[in-house]
Design a binder for this molecule. Structure first.
Ligand SMILES: *Cc1c(COP(=O)(O)O)cnc(C)c1O
Length: 366
């Protein structure tokens, strides 16, 4: 068996140990004679699985007691609606910082339900940086940020001070990549498929006072946080197998030093890669220093002619794939290349990528 190095932005690589363990337990989970996929979510086998996943989220993310941890479906994208429907209820107005496609999608969705002020944007420079917004004031129900921008490879190096206004963050592509002070946020959410497990479950951590039984009029039952909070994410059938896998990934994170351990590992990988790009005569990173993601690193070659660049990029992606380095194409809307190096990607993968890139640069540097 040979495994590839998978640089996909999501779904992305999972720790091999976790996959092996899941494989071993597939046919007969702990003597139950069933796989986790087949068992009732109300069974005595399943309850400890979801309880364990929640306990691990609380421990590893240091979640304060006055927050609920929810396992929902619908991906990060469903949160774009749930947030305004449940939080946009007192003033009917929220502030958004626009840092690219994901925050833009979120604010467009919010506009269906409430008024939105875009209080800062990095669109002027093609979203290659994070705007400095140290203090937010105003008549807002919440302030919304996308903490790590998967497509442009930018990341907040600070947490905006919003005073009493709840801060909401999409942390889909940076969850548990480093320690994060949850008490600074009213709500954070993350689709699992980047750093937590398989696609199909979305983690929401919400401060209890933001869980309302009067969301905006017409909000479907399934889109009320209260529905899920009241029933321990068991109002209906939860994404059982995904939650089981998230629990295992969290165990793996714990074994490898928790959020601190991940941060150390991720900084080492990202530094190596950014240093390589910054020193290279052939490649360059597109995200500005001071705003760079540890998780998603978009880059370009020095070819500036669009047609030639496109051909080179295609050649790069294909040649890399032939060497077992897969999913290096940039997002379809931005082109170029992108290496996503989430928690589960080891330093060996980054070293293998750099070795390939060096070879490719030599061959193509005319
Ligand atoms: C992937 C991603 C999303 C969308 O997640 P889905 O689960 O596909 O809906 C939202 N925000 C960010 C930052 C992402 O990286």
């Amino acid at each position: 068996m040979s495994r590839v190095y998978n640089f996909s932005a999501g779904p992305s690589c999972l720790p091999e140990e976790v996959l092996k363990e899941a494989a071993e337990e597939m046919l007969d989970y702990q003597g139950s004679g069933q796989s986790v996929m087949e068992m009732s979510h109300r069974s005595s086998y399943y309850k400890p699985i979801i309880q364990h996943a929640e306990a691990q989220v609380r421990k590893l993310m240091n979640v304060p007691d006055n927050y609920k941890v929810l396992f929902l479906q619908g991906g990060g994208s469903t949160q774009f609606a749930m947030v305004p429907l449940n939080l946009g209820i007192k003033k009917g107005r929220a502030a958004y910082i626009n840092t690219g496609i994901w925050s833009n999608k979120a604010l467009k969705e919010a506009k269906k339900f409430i008024d939105v002020d875009v209080i800062a944007s990095s669109e002027d420079k093609g979203f290659c940086y994070i705007p400095q917004v140290q203090k937010v004031t105003g008549d807002y129900d919440y302030v919304y940020v996308c903490f790590n921008n998967t497509i442009k490879g930018t990341h907040y190096e600070y947490i905006p001070d919003t005073g009493d206004i709840p801060l909401v963050a999409d942390i889909s592509s940076c969850i548990l990549s480093e320690p994060l002070d949850i008490s600074k946020f009213g709500l954070v959410f993350a689709g699992a498929q980047k750093n937590l497990g398989p696609a199909g479950v979305t983690l929401v951590i919400i401060r209890e006072d933001l869980i309302t039984d009067t969301p905006l009029k017409g909000t479907p039952t399934m889109l009320c946080y209260k529905t899920h909070a009241d029933d321990g994410s068991m109002f209906n059938t939860p994404p059982c197998y995904c939650i089981y896998m998230v629990g295992k990934v969290l165990d793996w994170i714990e074994k490898n030093g928790g959020a601190e351990g991940m941060a150390k590992r991720n900084r080492e990988k990202a530094e190596l890669f950014y240093n390589y790009l910054d020193a290279s005569p052939y490649y360059h990173a597109t995200a500005e220093k001071g705003s760079r993601s540890l998780m998603n690193i978009p880059f370009l070659t020095k070819e500036t002619d669009p047609e030639k660049a496109d051909a080179i990029n295609k050649k790069f992606v294909a040649a890399a794939a032939a060497k077992g380095l897969i999913n290096l194409a940039g997002h379809r809307t931005v082109g170029g290349m992108r290496a996503s190096i989430y928690n589960a990607m080891g330093l060996d993968g980054v070293k293998a990528l750099i070795a390939f890139m060096d070879e490719f640069a030599k061959e193509n540097l005319a």
